[in-house]
Design a protein around this ligand. Structure first.
Ligand SMILES: O=C(O)c1ccccc1NCC(=O)[C@H](O)[C@H](O)COP(=O)(O)O
Length: 212
């Protein structure tokens, strides 16, 4: 049974759908170019109704210290997700600055990309193994693109990790079986439109992940 993170939540009803269906992580995107971007005030309202034990994850892309501090002053987050080009040293800095666990996203397209997982595993608390963004993409993640999951077969990880990238209710069981992922992350695959989650797709996704 894999734990599920539903990322890019923007509406109270979507947070409720994720919680009712059994999500263990909920993600809020702080990246103005994203259709899933939320302000600190919006995120604070969304995060307030999340019960203890469910991880509230704030997703940032190459954030400044000031940006992190400003959001954390308003939003009760449990984990920081770094989804930009942050170096291992920056991951360490963000952990120290925020006092929160950090999950570092690593984009994978080739076996060489996957090698970076080792260095980030030395410093991050968790790894998000995601597809590398397409060259012309505006967003560094959340593009609904999958990578070749066979690149992970037999790979050892230094830290707990989540599989992401182009997952949906139809393919998540196969992805879990192939990679052995004990946690999975989805955004696009449970949306009716960018930034708008679909309750039935969320429920189908979590059931498929739980049954895998
Ligand atoms: O979702 C966004 O808009 C976004 C913007 C900038 C960086 C990352 C972003 N999303 C990442 C995620 O939602 C997930 O952590 C993951 O990559 C899954 O995305 P998807 O392929 O859409 O399921």
């Amino acid at each position: 049974m894999s734990a599920v993170k539903i990322c890019g939540l923007t509406r109270p009803q979507d947070v409720a759908s994720a919680l009712v269906a059994g999500a263990r992580f909920v993600g809020f995107v702080f990246f103005p170019k994203s259709p899933r971007n939320v302000s600190a005030e919006q995120a604070a309202a969304l995060a307030r109704d999340v019960p203890p034990g469910i991880m509230r994850v704030g997703l940032f892309v190459d954030p400044t210290d000031a940006a992190l501090t400003e959001v954390l002053a308003k939003v009760p987050l449990d984990m920081i997700q770094l989804h930009g080009a942050e170096t291992p040293a920056r991951v360490t800095e963000v952990k120290a600055l925020t006092g929160l666990p950090v999950m570092k996203a690593v984009g994978i397209a080739t076996a060489e990309d996957a090698e970076a997982l080792w260095d980030y595993g030395l410093v991050a608390d968790m790894l998000l193994v995601d597809a590398k963004a397409p060259k012309d993409a505006v967003l560094p993640g959340g593009n609904g693109v999958a990578f070749d999951w066979r690149l992970l077969v037999g790979r050892r990880f230094l830290k707990p990790w989540m599989l992401a990238g182009g997952l949906d209710p139809a393919n998540v069981a196969q992805a879990i079986k192939l990679t052995g992922a004990s946690a999975v992350d989805v955004s696009t695959g449970v949306e009716s439109a960018p930034g708008l989650k679909d309750a039935a797709l969320i429920a189908d996704f979590i059931k498929a992940a739980s049954d895998a």
